[in-house]
Design a protein around this ligand. Structure first.
Ligand SMILES: Nc1ncnc2c1ncn2[C@@H]1O[C@H](COP(=O)(O)OP(=O)(O)OP(=O)(O)O)[C@@H](O)[C@H]1O
Ligand SMILES: [Mg+2]
Length: 304
């Protein structure tokens, strides 16, 4: 990472009717960085991504995407950005090869046949070249979508929940591919609801109700949250309610017969756990999930 920005925007806002769905968003993504975009449903991720790639004009704010002005140079941005939409948007009655060929025609690419063949080989699609897109499983559809948005060799990928509903192995393969591309200098902004994917990003932004609530590396976000976590081993399912009521405890997650208990006042939480007769507990790592749930709880506490 060399300090120049693939995305550098300030104060981006967008309203639909009276509703402001993105509010003064500042975002900086360094070249070659994988930047995760997280937030609950309806928080404004897709709307933000559409403003960045020039599909939607911001009401307010300014900045650049690949050095081009997001307000005035959307044609240039579109040429150099690969955008993978949240919904599968290919021709189901065309094969993988035909879909990719269609995209190559849209971009008026030279050496179309060879470009399509190379793209299929890179993403392991060559063996299925003739299969109709409509008959592919979810993971293969996502691979086709990634191949299509990479076809014109974009310098920046905007991926909107690229792995929703995809199995763990296919998600891991997909992310290995993203890291390979980032290694080649491609910058990536990717929205996701999966915590394991968030952990694979260099940096993250978390938005809710259109507002940026936190940003930083996964480690920084965990540190900023000031959450302490303990794991409690017990096979009594009724324990969850007891734990939730203990002073200092803010979150309890049951995972099999281990409860993960988090709160900001670690000492208080430890004292109340210790006061429970016979309870076995030990310090544990705080995860990104606890951090994001805390951020969500915090905004819900504030009256609108
Ligand atoms: N074209 C539109 N017209 C009116 N409202 C819209 C439009 N597009 C999005 N919205 C609203 O803007 C808000 C933000 O939507 P957006 O799709 O950006 O959220 P998101 O963070 O991508 O959510 P998800 O995680 O569910 O994909 C939502 O309340 C949505 O209903
Ligand atoms: Mg969305």
């Amino acid at each position: 990472m060399n300090g120049d920005y693939a995305i550098d925007v300030r104060g981006l806002s967008k309203s639909f009717g009276p509703r402001r769905v993105v509010n003064a968003l500042d975002l900086r993504v360094e070249t070659g960085e994988i930047y995760g975009f997280l937030g609950p449903n309806g928080s404004g991720k897709t709307t933000s991504i559409r403003m960045l790639c020039g599909l939607l004009t911001p009401d307010e704010g300014s900045g650049t995407c690949l050095g081009f002005d997001v307000r005035t140079q959307s044609a240039e941005i579109k040429k150099q950005v690969g955008y993978m939409t949240q919904r599968f948007s290919f021709y189901e009655d065309l094969s993988i090869r035909e879909n990719l060929d269609f995209v190559a025609r849209l971009y008026a690419m030279p050496n179309r046949k060879q470009t399509v063949q190379t793209a299929m080989e890179e993403l392991g699609l060559a063996d299925r070249a003739g299969q109709l897109a409509g008959t592919l499983s979810g993971g293969w559809k996502q691979r086709l979508a990634l191949a299509a948005c990479m076809l014109h060799r974009p310098r920046l990928l905007l991926l909107d929940e690229p792995t929703a509903g995809v199995d763990p192995k296919a998600r891991r393969d997909f992310w290995d591919e993203i890291h390979r591309l980032a290694g080649q200098g491609v910058s990536v902004l990717v929205s996701t609801h999966y915590m394991d994917e968030a952990a694979r990003c260099h940096r993250l932004a978390y938005i809710a109700y259109g507002n940026l609530l936190a940003s930083g590396s996964p480690e920084e976000l965990i540190a900023q949250s000031r959450l302490a976590t303990f794991s409690v081993k017990d096979d009594n399912p009724a324990l969850v309610e007891t734990l939730r009521k203990l002073p200092g405890v803010e979150q309890v997650v049951a995972m099999g017969n281990v409860y993960s208990v988090s709160g900001q006042d670690g000492a208080r939480m430890q004292a109340s756990l210790a006061a429970q007769p016979g309870l076995q507990f030990e310090p544990a790592e705080t995860g990104l999930e606890q951090v994001f749930i805390r951020l969500m709880d915090k905004v819900q506490d504030v009256p609108a």
